[in-house]
Design a protein around this ligand. Structure first.
Ligand SMILES: Cc1cc2nc3c(=O)[nH]c(=O)nc-3n(C[C@H](O)[C@H](O)[C@H](O)COP(=O)(O)O)c2cc1C
Length: 387
């Protein structure tokens, strides 16, 4: 059989681990999967430092980098606005609501006042194609094997430049038409991101979306993303035609993850129905853990989330402030900053009941997948012998 783009990555197990945390990226790649570093929330300087560190740790083993390259956003017709222009466009009632929220939840001001850090927390996402250029330069100066576009079809020039550097290019798609657009532009691997997933999601569940995208883009390989945390789900994804699995939520409660302890606890305690598709994080619908933050934005008497990226710009300094206040290990998940501290998370939170390590997860997923496949075989044999 001819090698496909996933084979070319040279990884022993087809498990892709998306994370903003460099330790998770390294741990997943070391365990035989492909760790993919989410650059979206980090400053250019941090990305540079992290990629260098990842490469030192991995000593030639492959990893990937994921960038937010949104094609449609406020100001996209003009190639994006400056961060000052975005900040000036935030309606005063949104700032008043956020200030009032900080008072009601008793979130202290940061020392030295509320620093408006260009790359702080969620506000660090790049607002335009222009602002993504520097990250691309950094990525191209390093050696990730896979370049991933989180939000939209990457420009053809970017795909060609990545190919020249020997990288493969992947892109997330929540709809068949998006997947087809990616392939027409030259993307090598499609990540079929279903409704259950943490982060930006579409409206179609994985059981339907995966085979639809597999058929629509064949022979381009597809990774199934959304709702995959164990070997049974991995086996199901492979049975639907996926070439591998791409997971995000499951790594959040690993020992390697730098997520706040209070948020890890909220995830471990959460049931599958405790997530919501909301515009409260980025202004685009994304699946988040339900909590005080999503409740506040959903109330009829509070402002609607702003469009992307204005929303991120507006909430960035406040999320930083909440996270700093919630950082200590004894923060209560029920009150104040601990209750507010937001995170993206998928419905698989319902399957996550303890802290574990990335290596353990990769091993369990592979073993569980093999076991699920062989037990399917025995179900079929039993049925045919009974008939
Ligand atoms: C906390 C969190 C942040 C995410 N941020 C991004 C991102 O910046 N870029 C991206 O391509 N996907 C992002 N995603 C989506 C993941 O790449 C992945 O597709 C998704 O988590 C898969 O579904 P699962 O959450 O059920 O595993 C994020 C997911 C989570 C849980």
């Amino acid at each position: 059989m001819a090698l496909d783009a996933v084979d070319l990555l040279g990884i022993p197990t087809p498990i892709f681990g998306f994370s903003h945390c460099r330790d998770v990226v390294v741990a997943v790649s070391k365990a035989g999967g492909l760790g993919v570093y989410g650059a979206g929330l980090h400053s250019d300087e941090q990305i540079e430092i992290d990629l260098t560190w990842i490469e030192e740790q991995l000593d030639g083993a492959p990893y990937g980098i994921d960038l937010l390259m949104p094609s449609k956003y406020v100001g996209s017709e003009d190639g994006g606005l400056t961060s000052e222009q975005y900040r000036a466009a935030i309606p005063p009632e949104v700032t008043t609501f956020l200030d009032d929220m900080m008072v009601r939840y008793d979130v202290p001001k940061m020392e030295g006042g509320d620093v408006v850090d260009e790359h702080a927390a969620i506000g660090g996402q790049r607002y335009s194609a222009k602002q993504s250029e520097r990250i691309l330069e950094i990525a191209f100066a390093h050696h990730p094997k896979l370049l991933v576009s989180a939000l939209g079809t990457p420009p053809v020039e970017t795909i060609e430049a990545a190919h020249k550097k020997g990288m493969l290019v992947a892109a997330l798609a929540g709809r068949v038409k998006h997947a087809k657009r990616h392939v027409a532009a030259g993307v090598d691997i499609i990540i079929s991101q279903s409704y259950e997933a943490g982060g930006h999601t579409g409206e179609v569940g994985g059981m339907v979306l995966t085979p639809l995208i597999v058929d629509a883009v064949a022979p381009v390989p597809v990774l199934a993303a959304g709702g995959i945390a164990d070997g049974r789900q991995m086996a199901a994804a492979l049975a639907l035609g996926a070439r591998g699995v791409w997971c995000g939520t499951v790594w959040l409660t690993t020992v390697e993850s730098d997520l706040l302890p209070v948020v890890k606890r909220k995830i471990i305690d959460a049931a599958a129905e405790d997530t919501v598709r909301s515009r409260a994080m980025t202004g685009k619908p994304s699946r988040l853990l339900k909590g005080a933050w999503t409740d506040e934005w959903a109330r009829p008497d509070t402002p609607d989330p702003l469009p992307n990226p204005l929303h991120s710009v507006a909430i960035g300094p406040y999320v930083t402030r909440i996270e700093r206040a919630a950082a200590s290990a004894d923060t209560s998940p029920q009150h104040g900053a601990g209750a507010l501290a937001p995170t993206a998370a998928g419905q698989v939170v319902g399957l996550m009941s303890s802290e574990t390590s990335c290596r353990q997860l990769v091993i369990e997923m592979m073993e569980g997948c093999i076991e699920a496949m062989s037990s399917l075989q025995s179900v079929l044999e039993r049925d045919s012998s009974a008939g």
